[in-house]
Design a binder for this molecule. Structure first.
Ligand code: C2E
Ligand code: CA
Ligand code: CA
Length: 791
């Protein structure tokens, strides 16, 4: 837009020197004017002339009266009468011409109008010459002097009033001037004749000069008007849809030259705000209260400092609605560099601003829960960290992960899962209140920021509150759902000096809280970092474990409950690493799962265990743990077929142990996969029964050959926990009726053996019956006992 302004200004400047002003010949109608010019020019010429019409008539009448009085006594009456009547009649044609010009509003006047007008003036000149030539001889010196005085008035009046039509004016001056000269000559005064001639010539020259000036003036005006039109078109002042405008203030910051576009956008009319203070207009109702937007302060400071500014966005109130204006301006200076005020542009950017706000809302808030999202949380944390370093305060970051959410989502669907998350968010918001800033990181992970902690117990209290509230049952579409929460917290600057470090520390603490079984809060400790580092190294080491021959299998005996005879073995994976030593399976299997190494490990276990089992007496079974990942492997079924074929192992001897977590991803697909496994003749066993979320439901989904009852259940029942005993009884009765075997896991004491035997478990496994054995020991066992009988 500034470019447009410049262009407008430059052209107007060029218009000022009127390089294309009409020549005298054009003004006289002898040469054609450029079309664009002629249209306006001839009209303007006549307008200028016609402004004098009343004066002209008055002057004519006065002149007639004057002549009549002057020569009433000296001249013959008929001559006076004839002259007066002719003079009076001669007023009529110019008057009619005047009326017709006015009727057509001075538009489309042809060039010959100038000539006709000139002819009229010549006739008028001649009429005025009449008394000087015809009547002067009848009078004396007084009359001549009076007549000449009157003539000079007329000459001057024509020179002044008719310069716009120079042809007419000059002809009149020539005729009337010529007549005066001749009157003086006839009166015998050559000196006076020369004086009169000089005066007439002077008037003539003045007329021509004025005429040119007039031509120039009209041209400039026209060009300026055109420029104004162009600028206003460019600024879209005629376009109601445009939302930008030009504005200007004087040294006292008052608006000057308010455009219609500006007024329209300000919701008023130009006259109402012309001369009003810009700041007052922008401040609106706040002007009284003095509660200005910071942007208005910036604007005031810029104006005060006479500094240019660009794209300053400020809120304004237009007809009670909040709008956003963007202003840019620079100081106005005159040619001497004196400050005149400011000139600039403005634009209503409300729509853009609202769109931006909507995008910000989308970009910074989680749409499901309406809580701040990861980006927003991170920003808030960054601010807290900044404040922390500046003011030497402490802030805390809590990471919350829901326990068992995944199984809700997987069993009941995402729709229910989403509604559950929304309720979780609501509760979280309520618990945090105004003391903490909470948000959702994604999935079932939430976070809370306490920007400034005053007291060390604050984190512990808030965590306890969150866990307690989030663990209450939820009602979602007639389902009663239970989820828990695990929280990890980090306190800055102790646990991290940057947002990233704090997030990482809180994450590690949360990981630990989960590892400890969930439903609890764990504050970051330095060793977690060490552990995380160890996990990372372990992961690298684990990748090479198979090739480096660091893995081995141990076999834990499973015996018949009643007879105590050996039924088979469960293959359990062991990892020995040169640096880490013997790593417990709970630890390395978790790492393997996270690093997606578990499928390779499980395949290795399956292969190794099957190869081993064919050496055993054929009555013994082999149980192998199968991770959900391997079940999902597309090659599992062909690999199993191939393995059975290659080793010659009877599939009936093989049992694959899965936990209910296999159903959590895609239940129907899991069932299909398990059925394919069963179709090979391989038995399926449901491992860790009693630890999960809805284990009984699993039994209905596919035909398990065995249920392995988790150690915690067995121990609980043996300790006399009533409901454990009851459930155990019911479960075993159910399993027996369905023809499903039951294995009690982790049997450690005689008492436990007694109990599980009594309730009717078909098989037992546990330290009391035998720990897992090295493969050599198993082999030795069979070498010693031709008829195996372990118990
Ligand atoms: P699991 O399938 O429930 O295996 C039984 C676990 O209980 C074994 O622990 C075993 O040593 C332990 N155990 C047996 N009897 C007793 C007892 O009387 N008291 C106690 N306290 N524990 C007993 P382990 O070998 O540490 O294995 C832990 C888990 O690791 C296994 O639990 C299984 O889920 C997984 N796992 C082991 N090997 C493999 C494998 O080759 N592949 C897969 N995917 N998972 C495996
Ligand atoms: Ca197992
Ligand atoms: Ca188990």
């Amino acid at each position: 837009m500034t470019e447009n302004l410049n262009r407008g200004g430059k052209s107007a400047g060029r218009g000022g020197d009127a390089g294309d002003a009409p020549s005298l010949a054009m003004l006289m109608g002898f040469a054609a004017m450029p079309a664009a010019l002629s249209e306006k020019m001839i009209g303007a010429q006549f307008r200028a002339v016609d402004r004098m019409v009343v004066l002209r008539i008055a002057l004519g009448l006065i002149s007639i009266a004057f002549v009549l009085i002057l020569y009433w006594d000296n001249a013959p009456l008929w001559l006076l009468g004839l002259w007066s009547v002719t003079s009076l009649v001669s007023i009529v044609p110019p008057l009619r011409a005047f009326l017709s010009r006015r009727a057509c509003n001075y538009e489309g006047l042809p060039r010959n109008q100038l000539w006709l007008h000139a002819v009229g003036m010549v006739l008028q000149g001649m009429l005025w010459a009449g008394p000087m030539l015809l009547l002067a001889p009848h009078g004396g010196v007084l009359q001549v002097a009076s007549l000449w005085t009157m003539t000079t008035c007329l000459l001057a009046a024509v020179a002044m009033g008719f310069h716009a039509t120079p042809l007419a004016a000059c002809l009149f001056l020539t005729v009337a001037g010529g007549a005066s000269v001749s009157m003086m000559l006839r009166g015998g005064s050559e000196e006076l004749a020369i004086t009169v001639a000089s005066f007439s010539l002077l008037m003539l020259l003045a007329t021509l000069r004025q005429a040119r000036q007039f031509g120039r003036q009209i041209t400039t005006d026209r060009q300026l008007a055109e420029k104004r039109e162009t600028v206003s078109l460019l600024l879209g002042e005629h376009d109601d849809a445009r939302n930008d405008w030009l504005w200007q203030i004087d040294t006292a910051r008052r608006l000057v030259g308010v455009t219609s576009a500006f007024a329209r956008i300000a919701g008023t009319d130009a006259a109402a705000i012309e001369g009003k203070s810009l700041l007052e207009l922008l401040a609106g109702p706040a002007w009284e209260s003095g509660q200005f937007d910071p942007a208005l302060h910036t604007l005031a400071a810029k104006i005060k400092g006479r500094e240019a500014f660009a794209n300053l966005i400020l809120p304004v109130e237009v007809k009670g609605a909040r709008r956003w204006w963007e202003l840019s301006a620079s100081p106005r200076l005159d040619e001497h560099g004196a400050f005149l005020g400011f000139r600039g542009v403005g634009a209503d950017v409300t729509t853009q601003r609202e769109t931006e706000e909507r995008f910000t809302q989308l970009a910074r808030f989680d749409q499901l829960t309406q809580l701040p999202n990861r980006l927003h949380l991170t920003e808030a944390l960054e601010q807290a960290v900044e404040a922390m370093t500046r003011w030497n305060t402490r802030s805390a970051f809590l990471m919350i992960d829901l326990d068992r959410f995944k199984s809700v989502n997987d069993t009941l669907g995402h729709h229910i899962g989403d509604r559950l998350l929304a309720q979780v968010a609501e509760r979280l918001r309520a618990v945090c209140g105004s003391m903490a800033f909470c948000g959702r990181l994604g999935g079932d992970e939430f976070a809370v920021l306490i920007p400034e902690i005053r007291d060390a117990t604050e984190i512990e209290q808030l965590s306890a509150g969150i866990i307690e509230h989030l663990s209450q049952p939820y009602e979602v579409e007639h389902h009663t759902l239970f989820v828990g929460a695990s929280i990890g917290s980090a306190t800055g600057p102790r646990d991290g000096g940057t947002a990233d470090e704090l997030i990482r520390s809180a994450d590690l603490a949360m990981y630990r809280a989960k590892e400890e079984g969930g439903g609890r809060h764990f504050a970051y400790i330095t060793s977690l970092h060490v552990e995380a580092e160890e996990r990372r190294k372990m992961e690298i080491a684990l990748r090479g474990a198979i090739e480096n021959d660091e893995l081995r299998l141990e076999y834990q005996p499973v015996v018949h409950s009643q007879s105590g005879d050996l039924d088979g073995f469960e293959a359990l994976l062991r990892w020995h690493h040169a640096d880490f030593g013997e790593v417990p399976p709970s630890k390395f299997l978790r790492i393997a799962e996270e690093a997606r190494l578990i499928t390779a490990l499980d395949s290795w276990v399956l292969k190794t265990a099957c190869e081993e089992a064919v050496r055993w007496p054929v009555v013994l079974g082999l149980s192998v743990n199968l991770s959900p990942e391997l079940l999902w492997d597309a090659d599992l079924i062909p690999a199993l077929e191939q393995l059975l074929q290659r080793t010659g192992l009877d599939p009936a001897r093989l049992e694959l142990e899965v936990t209910e977590t296999v159903f959590t991803r895609d239940g129907a697909e899991a069932v299909r996969k398990l059925e394919q496994v069963a179709a090979l003749g391989i038995g399926l066993s449901l491992d860790d029964f009693g630890t999960g979320y809805s284990s009984l439901g699993c039994l209905a989904r596919t035909r398990f050959r065995t249920i392995k009852i988790d150690r915690s259940f067995v121990a609980g029942a043996a300790e006399g926990q009533e409901e454990h005993v009851a459930i155990l009884n019911a479960l075993i009765a159910l399993a027996n009726s369905l023809g499903i075997e039951t294995t009690a896991e982790g049997v450690e004491t005689e008492r436990e053996v007694e109990l599980v035997r009594r309730v009717g478990c078909t098989r037992l496994q546990g330290y009391y019956l035998g720990r897992s054995m090295r493969v050599e020991d198993v082999r030795r066992l069979f070498a010693r006992n031709s008829r195996p009988n372990a118990a």
